[in-house]
Ligand binder design. Sequence first.
Ligand code: ATP
Length: 517
Amino acid sequence: MTQEVSKKPMDAIMALCKRRGFIYQASEIYGGINGFWDYGPMGAQLKKNLRDAWWQDMILRPCWGRNGPNGKPVRNVGLETCIIQHPKVWEASGHVGGFNDPMVDDKETKGRYRYDHVMVYVPESGEAGDKPVFAYVGDQPSEAKQKKKAEKTFGAIKSVALSTLPQPWTRVIGPDAEKPGTLTEPRMFNLMFDTIPGAIRDEANKAYLRPETAQGVFVQFKNVVDTTRVKIPFGIGNTGRSFRNEVTPRNFTFRSREFEQAELEFFCHPDESLDWYKFWRDFRMEWWKQIGLAGENLILREHEKDELSHYSQGTSDVEYRFPFTAPGFGELEGIAHRGNYDLTQHQKVSGAKLDFFDTERGETLPNGGKKGERYIPHCIEPAAGLDRGALALICEGYTRDDSRASPEFLKLHPRIAPVKAAVFPLVAKDGMPEVAEKLHAELSDKFWKLGGIEMDEKQSIGKRYARMDEIGTPYCITIDGETLTAQTVTVRERDTATQQKVSLDKVAAFLSEKLGV
Ligand code: ATP
């Protein structure tokens, strides 16, 4: 039985994440720090599996070996760049001047909100008149409470954006505030964290923590071209931590101040860029489905023309219906046609030549070769967030079925599950632990690169199954009385809780087949 994601309780999912060691609040023993999360043993492995899946399918064997729109295999290389770059990188990219969010403060509650996230309730029929209207932050838990208050005052209500109301907002009640008129006017707020490298604490030495991994690729484009054998079209992938001083971090790890990105910058000839844009947009959607987000909770949203940057011929978002965004969706990945904007900007600001001499283009010469063409490549950027990806996989996998002995379980794709299988001796006697240890050693030897094989001999078998269900382990293998007499084990499958007998000497082959390795 699978539940609709909108009915999945976020508090139960968060509790499971804590209880089973997926996600902890950062600095929890000091009361936590807003917008920062740590991954426990299960979460760290799950996220590594997700990062590895990205790296394998984007860099090592791009697009599962299929051809691009040019009829040739897709070629990508990897890169790993620094969190702190020369400050001019962020001037050239536009982040120093333009990476701003408008925010409003609440003078009463000291709450701080994104101006474009604050929604206001007004009566269904026209204006609010003399009565106060009610504001709330769109995806805040206080929403339901505020909505009820507004319904009590107005009867039928509709919600409008704060920005559509005339200022001053003396009749607007801030989220969680008691009195109206306490919201300030919006102020622009730069999302980049800054720091000062070196001993001299001088503003002139200010540098930034990167707000995205993409710019590291653009500034190393020339080095990659000069030191490797890449030829256009090709991509450069970069994964790692990014930092944004989000005005209101919220919704668990969805909007954090430190998070991990996996970005590919794919460089191609301008004439082919639209084909590559469509190719990457469709592949990235397929990829998320392949690792476990299949179904109606995943959509590809093509941006309207008026949403596009001036240089872009197209942008799409892969969006997932999280329990806290339902019935709406939240962005997992953006796939953007960036034209030649970034390389042009860095060429202008740094003075380095960032064009590419393409020996396979231009007029055909008498010897049959090509004259060559020099151009600044266009770039298609699939930019994924690994924390949002991990959270989507956990939300999608979370299932509650009260008819089961272990009602909560995580239906994770075997590639993503942190533990692939667990071996249990039914009881800690009659030689069962010894057989279990031997099987555990054999399976660990064979599968360790994929993630853990666990052995557990404590507590009742039901509790052991429950623990494995909650961390999403696809198979549990129990050594029981029949193992000693008939050399078989009982294999239990997570999603159906069905059991089958498998010969002890065939367990490794069984797992290989089921895990697809
Ligand atoms: P949003 O509109 O939700 O702020 P964005 O459009 O600014 O996101 P991008 O700049 O396109 O995001 O970044 C690419 C990806 O990085 C996003 O799709 C998302 O998965 C991830 N990401 C961005 N900001 C955050 C954040 N604050 N916390 C977690 N992940 C994030």
